[in-house]
Each structure stands twice: as structure tokens, then as C-alpha cells.
Design a binder for this molecule. Structure first.
Ligand code: F6R
Length: 366
């Protein structure tokens, strides 16, 4: 059932191009070059009534929701709040009738996420689920369901479910923006055709993983490291850090690149690995200066940058390149080599990659 792969995680990373395609399938109209989501019950009028959006999710799904929040706000100008699902209820969130709550959950059975969405429903919110499992509790209880088409995910560490959540949330953001006319048609068409190229670009990245394997080998005997990034890169940094922790057991932290100097820079010593994600070219100069700050303290810097980025080649010790795409979409590409990095680091440490210690695939307790 692993189809010739050594581990489910490896197989699921490799399945991502298909998962991207399936999640987009039938949802991009060839003629109008717009997004169609007939499975949603919400009408155009319902969409116009949304005053605010709140997102709830846990772990990796929360990291996907962070990207969702950023793109929904940018494309639709609807304010989006986001909570880790286990915290949502206890902060007494302000929920109104025109609040849309989006619960993101691969399994659709996560107790914390279910509890958060039940609370939202009680307070009168409309709830939309983004889930991978048809008929799951989250899907049954939500007013609207947007399915990710990742297929069954067996490895505890989520990979293709996360990237499919990204794709689904991008489609939803575009869908709302086209309903509200907050994005011009040209921009939308270009964005959608750029999205359609992503599966092929991921395939390209998966062809040769030798650089990543070599870097993973170098990181395997370290005890702690940092991930830094700005904007969407920071959100991917959080996900990459979680992935590395949960399967390799190497301690890592993700920081907004500009935040490190406000305290944690004190932890950088000679040889401390820092993985710097810098795919947001508008923010590049600032991130490069943050990289120089850590380099000056002896850090061993691994950059993740867009192909052809010469600045990074000059500044970092190692560079992992990803293909060029729209600045809003880079998260769907930059996370892939970092999933592989976690995978190979865990392998090098002799860990049970698919079943890391202390963790379960579906967390049904609060
Ligand atoms: C990490 C991971 C977990 C889940 C989290 C939520 O790789 O898989 O952090 O993302 O437990 O699970 P779902 O999405 O099923 O609600």
C-alpha cells in the first residue's frame, strides 16, 4: 500500500502534485476563468453580508489557516481573525450573525476544532468547514463544506493535507473576491493560470532531492535550530518547524525574521543552524539584513529562495531554490523542500517517520 515508497510520509509528499490538481479540478471555469464552488450553500447575497471571518484550526491545519487569513484579507478586504481552536471559546470571541467561521481540519474529527465550531454555531455564526474527510463530524455539522482532495493521509505528519488546504483556501479567497469584485478580472485570470502550473512545479522539485538530503544529514546531529521568514514565509516557517520537531525531535522555533533581534538572537551561537525562507521579493532586502545579523553571530544559514535569487546565494551558506510563481502562492512551493528536510533528518536519526512518539493522527480529546 506504500506503492514502493519506504514510508507513507514519503509517498504522501510525492502525491502532492496530484492532490493540488484534484483540489483544483472542476473548480476553475475554463470559459469565465473564475472559481466555481457549487458545493457551497452560500449565495451571492450571503457572501455580501459577511462582515468578518474567524478561522479556527489546530497544528498544521492552523498553519494553513494562517496563510488563508493572509490571502483572504488581501484579496477580499474582509477582516479575518484566527485562533488556535483550543483557545477560541475561552477568549469569549465577538461572534455576530454576519460572522463567517471557517474550521480547517484534515480529519474533521479534531475535538478542539469541533468544540470551537459548535461554540460559533451557538452564537449564530455561519460555519464553513475545510476538510479532507467526507462525512466527518466537522463536515456534518458545518453549514458549508469545502473539501480538500488530498486522498487518505496515513502518516501522522501532515503534508499533502496541508498543501491541499492551502489550495482550497486560495480558491475560496478568489471566489469571494470575484463575488465582491475586490480583484480585477485580469489579475484573477493570471493568478488562476499561475495556480494551474503549481502541480508541475512541485513535480520538478521532487525530481532531485540530493541537496536537501545532504543538508538534512548535516542537521541530523543538531539539538536546536531556527526558522525565520517574513509575511507568508513566516507562516511556512511555522509549519516547517512543526514538521521538523514532530518527526526528527530536533528542537526548532520559527520567528518572524524581524522579531529575532528582540530577544531570541541571544540564542544564536557559532554554528547554530538558521533556515531563512525568503520568497517574498518585496521583503527580500529586510530579510537579507536579518540573515546578515545571524551570520554575524556565527549562524550556519540555509536559505530558501526563488530560482535566480543572487542575493541569497551571496549571503547564505546553502541555498534551496524553488521555482518562481506569484508572490501570493509561494507557500505552496516553499514548504515542499522543508517537508523533505524533516523527513530526511528524521530518517538520519533512525526515527519512526510515520509514527512519531507521543502523537496520534487524529486528536479526539480536548
Ligand atoms: C501535524 C499534524 C497535526 C494536525 C492537527 C489537526 O503534522 O498533522 O498538527 O494538523 O492535529 O488535525 P486535523 O487537521 O485533522 O484537525
Amino acid at each position: 500500500e506504500k506503492d514502493g515508497y519506504d514510508h507513507f510520509m514519503q509517498k504522501e509528499i510525492a502525491e502532492q502534485p496530484r492532490a493540488y490538481r484534484d483540489t483544483m479540478l472542476g473548480r476553475i471555469d475554463k470559459e469565465t476563468k473564475g472559481v466555481v464552488l457549487p458545493e457551497l450553500n452560500m449565495t451571492l447575497e450571503d457572501i455580501h453580508q459577511i462582515q468578518q471571518i474567524q478561522m479556527v484550526a489546530c497544528g498544521t491545519a492552523y498553519h494553513a489557516a494562517l496563510v488563508g487569513k493572509a490571502v483572504i484579507e488581501r484579496m477580499t478586504r474582509i477582516p479575518v481573525e484566527i485562533d488556535v481552536a483550543s483557545e477560541y471559546r475561552y477568549r469569549q470571541p465577538v461572534i455576530r450573525e454576519n460572522t463567517l467561521v471557517i474550521a480547517v481540519s484534515q480529519s474533521g474529527e479534531t475535538a478542539d476544532t469541533l468544540a470551537a465550531m459548535r461554540e460559533a454555531k451557538l452564537c449564530g455564526a455561519r460555519v464553513m468547514a475545510v476538510t479532507n474527510v467526507v462525512g466527518s463530524s466537522v463536515a456534518r455539522e458545518a453549514d458549508d463544506v469545502l473539501y480538500t482532495m488530498a486522498g487518505p493521509e496515513i502518516a501522522v505528519a501532515s503534508t499533502k493535507a496541508y498543501t491541499s488546504q492551502l489550495i482550497a483556501l486560495y480558491l475560496f479567497a478568489i471566489y469571494v473576491s470575484q463575488s465582491l469584485n475586490t480583484m480585477d478580472a485580469m489579475t484573477r485570470m493570471e493568478l488562476l493560470s499561475t495556480m494551474e502550473k503549481l502541480p508541475e512545479q512541485v513535480e520538478g522539485m521532487l525530481e532531485d532531492t540530493r541537496t536537501i538530503q545532504r543538508i538534512a544529514g548535516e542537521l541530523a546531529d543538531r539539538n536546536h535550530l531556527f526558522f525565520i521568514g517574513r509575511g507568508l514565509d513566516y507562516m511556512v516557517a511555522m509549519e516547517a518547524s512543526l514538521k521538523l520537531k514532530e518527526i526528527s525531535y530536533i528542537h526548532s522555533e520559527a520567528y518572524a525574521a524581524g522579531e529575532l533581534k528582540h530577544g531570541s538572537l541571544a540564542l544564536i551561537e557559532d554554528g547554530t543552524p538558521v533556515i531563512a525562507i525568503a520568497t517574498q521579493e518585496a521583503l527580500l532586502e529586510k530579510t537579507i539584513s536579518n540573515i546578515k545579523e545571524v551570520k554575524a553571530r556565527g549562524a550556519y544559514v540555509i536559505g530558501v529562495a526563488l530560482e535566480g535569487n543572487m542575493e541569497m546565494a551571496k549571503t547564505a551558506d546553502e541555498v534551496i531554490y524553488i521555482p518562481r510563481t506569484d508572490a501570493l502562492l509561494t507557500s505552496t512551493l516553499s514548504v515542499v523542500p522543508l517537508q523533505l528536510l524533516a523527513y530526511y533528518a528524521a530518517l538520519a536519526r533512525g526515527n519512526d517517520v510515520d509514527k512519531p512518539r507521543n502523537l496520534a493522527k487524529s486528536v479526539t480529546v480536548e
